[in-house]
Design a protein around this ligand. Structure first.
Ligand code: ZN
Length: 295
């Protein structure tokens, strides 16, 4: 019993004692909100400073830019590094989430380019993920892999409260979006074959990408709120019966993503202003309650 209490205390130390962890990591800056996305989002931050962090799980993708967005202190992390040099299967997901949590961020807003697996999810539209299906392999996808057994609930991996806020803001901005959708996550870096894409569509999944897993799952293991905003750029390997819809290319992803980035920036700025610090409107902070079974 004493051992279980110790393990639980240790767990809460990791999750809740941000100040002591920051001191240990040599971090002197705070952030309320973490933002993960492409390097196009650097321009969001007013007066940012770069913070280099080393976590218990190694170095994150790059230094973090800490500054203000919408009057809130925010830390931005480019998922693939500043020069987009880290492929999706090699992104240091554990270090990235640990670094943002270590700065004190309780909420994460993450953007990702995604392919559509359903005709009605059209390129140029946004999607707020509510579920994921993991088909990646070989990625380090948990913080609980030594001396402490914990089974963290993953039934609702995305913060519902942040999804509601994002929906309301996108309604006001008149952005075309889908309020929910499953993110099927493949390992990459290659795109799908037509047969794979047909199979994924037949399962009812709405979108496909390479980075939502384990990012969202690790955020849940840290009891953070995580909002995943997908920017639909293509129809993956094409659409059944629609020969004019060509398979995805990097050029097409960049073109459509580029057209959507200003809307995404405005959305993130409004969200940063709006989300509360207290998190009384969701249960993400309780994600680890009852999860530890080591005794
Ligand atoms: Zn939440």
């Amino acid at each position: 019993m004493a051992s279980l209490l110790f393990k639980k205390a240790e767990l809460y130390y990791h999750v809740l004692c941000a100040d002591r962890r920051k001191a240990r990591l040599g971090i002197t800056m705070d952030a309320e909100i973490g933002i993960i996305g492409g390097s196009g989002f650097y321009s969001l931050l007013d007066g940012s400073e770069n913070v280099t962090v080393e976590t218990d799980f190694g170095k994150p993708s790059d230094s973090l830019a800490v500054g203000m967005i919408g009057g809130r202190r925010v830390a931005f992390l480019p998922r693939h590094g500043r020069g987009h040099n880290i492929p999706p299967q090699k992104v240091p997901y554990r270090a990235n989430i640990a670094a943002l949590a270590g700065l004190g961020a309780k909420r994460i807003i993450a953007t990702a380019a995604v392919g559509s697996l359903k005709e009605e999810y059209k390129p140029g539209e946004f999607v707020l993920f509510d579920q994921f299906v993991n088909m990646t392999y070989g990625r380090q996808d948990t913080y609980f892999d030594k001396n402490l057994v914990a089974h963290v609930g993953m039934a609702e991996p995305y913060c519902e409260s942040m999804r509601k806020s994002a929906s309301r803001i996108m309604d006001e901005m008149d952005i075309a979006y889908h309020g929910n959708g499953t993110a099927l996550v493949i390992n990459g870096p290659r795109f799908s074959s037509k047969a794979e894409s047909r199979f994924f569509s037949s399962q009812g999944f709405e979108t496909i990408n390479m980075t939502q897993y384990p990012e969202v799952a690790l955020a849940r293991e840290k009891a953070l709120c995580y909002l995943g905003i997908g920017i639909i750029t293509d129809y993956d390997a094409g659409l059944e019966g629609r020969k004019e819809v060509k398979p995805v290319t990097v050029g097409e992803i960049n073109r459509v993503f580029g057209q959507s980035i200003e809307k995404a920036k405005e959305l993130i700025t409004k969200l940063a202003k709006e989300v509360s610090v207290q998190r009384s409107d969701c249960r993400c902070a309780e994600s680890l309650d009852g999860a530890v079974i080591t005794h």
